[in-house]
Ligand binder design. Structure first.
Ligand code: ZN
Length: 245
């Protein structure tokens, strides 16, 4: 077994153990039997556009904007419990359903080809969780899209320069100030971009949009255009006119 195979085997094992020890009951409603019952799974997908508040100095790319922001669900109910169980409690068996959700929101942005750029993880979060949870979701989402015939690759094009800290409890201006200049383009990853493919910035949860917008600004500053933003879930009420599914 090679290093990649061993890693996958360890991940599968970790997922199985998490399922056994943490979640013989549905993480969303508590029904005994599986990590996520079929009723809750069905309730997860409610794709819609999400409004964020862009800010910052105009750039040549800004004429075209960063494209729309699409989320697969509202960040409440079953979706919120599933995201928290995966991210904070290590129920890695949920990577599949979260990847499917992200794939649906990416697919709503166009036909590709796409390079999917995840928000880079905080170093302390990866240490604590032992895994880049969003990176795993993005890999799963692009794998599903490729299986369905799309050209989509997850490219970790951004890295953290500094830690902006946790956003919980901060106002939108405070969030913007905290994330400013916290990311940089990893030049080694540029060669992995699909020629002619649009960049899609992805995150698990979009709230005010401060983090995803900072990612867009960082990519712009390197001369890279962004075609859209996709997330598993969004916290704010969708614009009524923005419903697309
Ligand atoms: Zn359930």
């Amino acid at each position: 077994m090679g290093a990649g195979g061993l890693r996958r085997w360890m991940e599968d094992l970790a997922a199985d153990v998490a399922d056994l020890t943490l979640s013989r009951a549905c993480v969303a409603c508590g029904e005994i039997g599986s990590v996520l019952c079929s009723a809750c799974k069905v309730s997860l997908i409610r794709v819609h556009r999400h409004e964020i508040r862009p800010w910052g100095t105009p750039s040549p790319h800004q004429q075209a904007g960063a494209g729309p922001v699409v989320v697969a669900s509202t960040y409440d109910g079953a979706a919120k419990r599933v995201i928290i169980a995966h991210k904070e409690h290590g129920v890695l068996g949920l990577t599949q359903v979260l990847g499917s959700m992200l794939a649906v929101s990416i697919a709503a942005l166009g036909e590709g080809p796409f390079a999917v750029v995840p928000i880079p993880p905080h170093r302390d979060a990866v240490r604590r969780r032992g895994i880049d949870t969003l990176g795993a979701i993005a890999d799963r989402a692009t794998g599903e899209l490729r299986a369905a015939g799309w050209c989509a690759n997850a490219v970790p094009l951004l890295r953290r320069r500094a830690d902006g800290g946790r956003h919980v409890g901060r106002s939108a201006p405070e969030r913007r100030a905290a994330v400013q200049d916290t990311m940089a383009v990893d030049a080694r990853m540029i060669s992995r971009l699909v020629l002619g493919g649009g960049l899609i910035v992805v995150d698990d949860v979009v709230t005010t949009g401060a983090t995803v917008w900072e990612a867009v600004r960082t990519l712009w500053a390197s001369g890279l255009a962004v075609e859209g933003i996709a997330a598993v879930a969004g916290t704010e009420r969708p614009a009524a006119s923005g419903m697309i599914n």
